[in-house]
Design a protein around this ligand. Structure first.
Ligand SMILES: [Zn+2]
Length: 127
């Protein structure tokens, strides 16, 4: 559970740890990556989804997501230089199934621009 002040403080800490590079994943919510910080962050994000305030919104269309079934995909990120902090956002089920990958990537870049202004996604091989 976190309030707005705590979220701002954690965003500031996250931004400070990032430097200029994040590693990101866009994947269905039940996918296990095998990286504990990411799997734990995704699990916690989904677990607290019904009770977190303010409610979580889709990064594409801003639809409120109050339950696990509303989440089509998760956007996970970790700073490239450290891996003890993770960020989680989500795409709703409707956009996950109907939006183009370009729309989802544009929403991803907008979302992560609070951490890296004007940052751009670069494709890398999956681990
Ligand atoms: Zn949406």
């Amino acid at each position: 559970m976190s309030n707005r002040h705590q979220r701002r403080a954690s965003l500031a800490a996250y931004r400070q740890s990032v430097g200029q590079s994040l590693l990101t994943w866009l994947l269905p919510p039940d996918t296990m990556i095998g990286v504990p910080v990411l799997d734990d962050a995704a699990h916690a994000w989904l677990h607290y989804l019904p009770t977190v305030a303010p409610s979580r919104t889709c990064i594409c269309c801003r639809t409120l997501m109050h339950h696990r079934q509303a989440v089509g995909g998760l956007l996970l990120s970790v700073p490239a230089l450290t891996s003890h902090l993770a960020s989680v956002s989500a795409v709703c089920t409707k956009r996950w199934t109907e939006a183009s990958i370009e729309e989802i990537e544009a929403a991803t870049e907008r979302t992560l621009s609070v951490v890296i202004p004007h940052g751009r996604l670069e494709r890398r091989k999956a681990w």
